[in-house]
Write a protein of this length. Structure first.
Length: 604
């Protein structure tokens, strides 16, 4: 009895000791979850304006919270925030590394949209091994975006996939993805995206020896780059045009001019891969001119940079260039070392087309050293690779894709015309008859209307002349009084301040047909005074001044959730824009962004 009693007391004591501990542990867990939620909210809030803060908050979660307490979905969210933050500060190495982590986690759930978005964050040139890792996911990601009705995102990945396929020598499939991407970007009026796609389409035509089409798309890319004043894009286009002159037209001096122009646009923030490409092409041009000294120096400098940045694609290309230089300088041992290294790297990286372009140099070297056995082996390899990559059938297929793309557009137009039923045609006939009758009825009314308008115009002209005479008298009178340049500037500034106040209060810019003469009439000043005041305050025209307020009104509507269901045309017309072209031009001028893109981003 005593023994059992003591056992019962011990159990009772143990119960009261554990209950508070469990309560504290649950409370601690709840506090931890609340803290984590707050940190995630802060990370998301600072994503656009202060990405470094996003990195700090997400790192704090990853460091302090045990991974086994985080689900896959929560981990994906954290890594997505980090990837977007690194993309904002243009740290592509971290973007690529985090993308791999997201894909591993998303594959477990599975979450195909998260996988697709992890590929979307990658921008610009990245090393070839990272491209290879992404290639396996790209077709599925493109299909995922299409399935979710996300054409812009799908087109971006199609452009990336087409570029990678070009390197692999699969020009037909590459052209298919690139043209599909070009079609979407053209529809969405996405100028910046069109630049890269046009450059890659131009490169595809250059590879398949279609010189005319190649230059056509390079020029499209250049015009688009100039339109948005994107220095990186202008650099890439100039480099590609230089390569076109070097490879296709054999004009090395012209090519070097383009490379030098391209280097002038390279900024410190530019991707190092871009400068490496320009250096390589310049070295090739020097080699073709017979300037072996400059060619060797440029290749050696490029090789050192590529090794430092672990850019193995660049290492392969620089090694090939040095191999050619040493063949020319009759240094076969050095040439063989660099050429073998170049071909081995190209083969291992899957750069089929580049590897094919390198083998003729090795063949020349073996022939020069009378190594006919190895020369025959290289010759057979070249024939096999050439048949698989650059067959006449494939070149024709690439060209046919463009023809198919153009013919599909025409066929669609023809089908739309044929879609009119017989009842519609009869209706059109009836309407035509009615229009003819109406024409004669309205003709007489129109004559009367014109006479009335003429009379009205004469009266208005007389009124304007009288008013101008009165204003001239006032100007002559005021000119006789002393007036300094400072007073004139102050008067203009006062008028500009009044204009701003009037526009903000009365919103006259909402009238798409507003004229400067109307504003001059309201303020009782000559029209030229209005124009001079606006020019002195940084506006090149009266329409430019109006568009500033109209763009601000559009932005206000974009940020209003109640306007989210309205079409773009309705919003722009409500703000006072007369047509789509003027709206798009003005919006891009004052914001630097495409309105569709701005609207999509601001509503997220």
């Amino acid at each position: 009895m005593i023994s059992n009693k003591w056992v019962g007391l011990r159990l009772l004591f143990l119960f009261f000791a554990i209950v508070p501990f469990l309560s504290c542990e649950n409370k601690s867990s709840e506090n931890g979850n609340a803290t984590r939620k707050v940190l995630l909210q802060k990370a998301e809030k600072n994503l656009k304006k202060n990405p470094d803060s996003t990195l700090f908050y997400t790192q704090k979660i990853l460091k302090n919270v045990p991974k086994n307490t985080l689900g896959e979905e929560e981990q994906i969210t954290i890594y997505q925030f980090r990837q977007k933050a690194f993309a904002t500060i243009e740290n592509m190495d971290s973007v690529v590394a985090i993308g791999k982590k997201i894909r591993v986690l998303a594959s477990k759930i599975p979450d195909p949209l998260a996988i697709a978005n992890s590929l979307l964050a990658v921008r610009g040139d990245i090393d070839f091994s990272s491209q290879e890792e992404m290639t396996n996911y790209l077709p599925g990601a493109i299909a995922t975006f299409k399935k979710n009705n996300m054409p812009f995102e799908s087109a971006r990945l199609s452009a990336s996939y087409g570029t990678i396929l070009c390197h692999k020598g699969n020009f037909v499939q590459a052209q298919s993805f690139l043209l599909d991407s070009y079609r979407v970007f053209n529809t969405l009026d996405s100028t910046k995206r069109i630049i890269n796609v046009c450059m890659n389409i131009g490169s595809t035509y250059a590879y398949t020896k279609n010189t005319k089409k190649s230059l056509e798309y390079y020029k499209k890319a250049y015009d688009a780059a100039l339109k948005i004043k994107d220095s990186s894009a202008i650099t890439s286009v100039l480099m590609n045009i230089g390569t076109f002159y070097s490879d296709d037209l054999k004009d090395q001096d012209k090519a070097l001019e383009y490379y030098q122009s391209a280097l002038r646009y390279v900024s410190k923030k530019s991707n190092p891969f871009l400068k490496m490409k320009i250096d390589y092409n310049a070295a090739v041009a020097y080699f073709s001119k017979g300037d072996l000294l400059f060619s060797e120096r440029t290749f050696q400098s490029m090789l050192a940079d590529c090794n430092k940045n672990k850019a193995y694609e660049g290492v392969a290309m620089a090694s090939k260039g040095l191999g050619d230089v040493y063949i020319k300088k009759q240094q076969p041992d050095k040439a063989l070392l660099y050429l073998k290294q170049a071909i081995h790297l190209s083969d291992s990286l899957g750069m089929s087309y580049e590897a094919l372009q390198m083998r003729p140099s090795l063949l020349t070297l073996y022939k020069n050293t009378k190594n006919y056995k190895d020369a025959l082996l290289v010759s057979e390899q070249m024939k096999t690779i050439n048949d698989s990559i650059l067959s006449a059938e494939k070149q024709n297929a690439v060209n046919e894709l463009e023809i198919k793309y153009q013919s599909e557009k025409k066929e669609t137009e023809i089908l739309n015309l044929k879609a009119l039923s017989k009842s519609h045609q009869l209706m059109l006939f009836g309407l035509s008859f009615f229009v003819v009758v109406l024409f004669f009825v309205l003709r007489r009314q129109n004559r009367l209307y014109k006479e009335k308008q003429h009379s009205y115009a004469v009266l208005m002209q007389q009124y304007k002349e009288v008013r101008l005479d009165k204003l001239s008298e006032q100007i002559v009178t005021s000119a006789k009084e002393p007036n300094t340049a400072e007073e004139a500037a102050l008067n203009n500034l006062d008028l500009y301040t009044q204009l701003i106040a009037y526009y903000e209060k009365e919103k006259p810019y909402l009238n798409a047909k507003l004229k400067a003469a109307e504003i001059a009439k309201i303020f009782q000043v000559p029209q030229r005074t209005i124009s001079a005041t606006l020019k002195e305050n940084g506006h090149n025209s009266f329409n430019h001044f109006n568009n500033k307020f109209r763009v601000a009104d559009v932005k206000r509507q974009f940020e209003d959730a109640s306007c989210s269901v309205l079409k773009m045309e309705i919003i722009s017309s409500r703000a006072g824009f007369g047509n789509k072209q003027s709206f798009y031009s003005a919006f891009e001028e004052f914001t630097g962004l495409n309105p569709g893109f701005y609207r999509a981003e601001i509503l997220k």
